[in-house]
Design a protein around this ligand. Structure first.
Ligand SMILES: *Cc1c(COP(=O)(O)O)cnc(C)c1O
Length: 321
């Protein structure tokens, strides 16, 4: 495999813990959790792994300003802002939505890390991002553009190595279940599974996209990752497992399923999930367990992708309290 430039910022390997009380409560299979909420950068999450490669690429290209975009409570933006602070870059975030009266959760942290925030509407956001980038070029700020979710081939390649890490922990689950959105995490995992011969199935619970759209995106990205790593591999959308049954009321809207999942993990394991990603993915896993989707002798690994600061976002307080 072709080596990729990398800076070190994540605490790795992340732990793998048993969830015996949750498993017993659900009368389900063995459940274990891979703690990528413990990657260590500013409350952690899956973006820390991606940023190790993205920041290295930005440095190599002599960039001085990291620019990225996301939702108001974007974990990716919070972690990018933290990485920028840690490695001495300026950071500009293009956030989609209304500027709230009160800064909370991830947004509060964005500002604490010194990121400049530009607000945009959903319709305008691509245009705004291009504008912000061009302004940074003219101002000689040497910008480096990180895509939504850090999900290009360079960022997503991090999850190829996360699979290598899992195998080195002597863990071979039958299933890996997690929140899939921009597709980078899943694409890296499927490439990693092929390269390092992981037998278990990789099931993305879609957060905000129909499964045909997401599986196509993941397959495309997986092919790009393989290319960047110099691996002669080909992935088709048909072999990407995406479940679209848990989209609920839409992106970022916490419903009863997410709330129940957050409560079950909290009360049975003392483990925190988030309202947007891991709460939804865990709700999907719990429902699949109740439906008997997994067999009782399976080991199901829930890959915790982080996001916990969103628990403290103003908009979720009344629903969680
Ligand atoms: C970004 C994010 C995801 C989704 O990862 P993708 O690589 O974009 O699919 C899942 N969980 C959390 C907490 C995230 O912040």
């Amino acid at each position: 495999m072709r080596p990729l430039p990398r800076v070190r910022m994540a605490d790795l390997p992340t732990p793998v813990d048993e969830l015996p009380r949750l498993s017993e409560h659900l009368k389900g299979p063995r459940i274990i959790v891979k703690r990528d909420d413990q990657t260590g950068l500013a409350f952690g999450g899956n973006k820390t792994r991606k940023l190790e490669y993205l920041v290295a690429d930005a440095r190599q290209k002599q960039a001085r300003t990291l620019i990225t975009a996301g939702a108001v409570q974007s974990n990716h933006c919070r972690q990018t802002a933290a990485a920028a602070a840690r490695f001495g870059f300026d950071c500009v975030l293009v956030l989609t939505g209304e500027r709230p009266g009160q800064y909370s959760g991830n947004l509060l942290l964005d500002r604490l890390f010194g990121a400049e925030i530009v607000w945009s509407t959903r319709e305008e956001r691509e245009h705004t991002l291009v504008e912000v980038f061009e302004q940074a070029v003219s101002a000689r700020r040497a910008p480096y553009l990180i895509p939504y979710g850090g999900s290009n081939a360079i960022g997503a390649a991090a999850y190829v190595f996360a699979i290598e890490e899992l195998i080195s922990q002597q863990i071979q689950p039958d299933w890996i279940v997690f929140a899939s959105s921009s597709g980078g995490t899943q694409a890296g995992m499927v490439v990693g599974a092929r390269v390092f011969n992981l037998q278990g199935k990789i099931l993305g619970i879609s957060i905000d996209e129909r499964s045909n759209v997401l599986s196509q995106r993941v397959a495309n990205l997986a092919n790009e990752i393989a290319n960047v790593l110099g691996e002669d591999l080909l992935f088709a959308p048909e072999e990407i497992l995406v479940n679209e049954a848990y989209l609920g009321e839409g992106y970022g809207v916490m419903g009863t399923a997410e709330r129940e999942a957050i409560e079950l993990f909290a009360r049975h394991e003392g483990l925190l999930l988030d309202p947007v990603y891991t709460g939804r993915a865990a709700a999907g896993m719990i429902d699949l367990i109740r439906q008997g989707y997994f067999t009782q002798d399976n080991t199901v690994l829930f890959w915790h992708t982080g996001g916990t600061p969103a628990l403290f976002a103003h908009q979720y307080q009344s629903k969680l309290g």
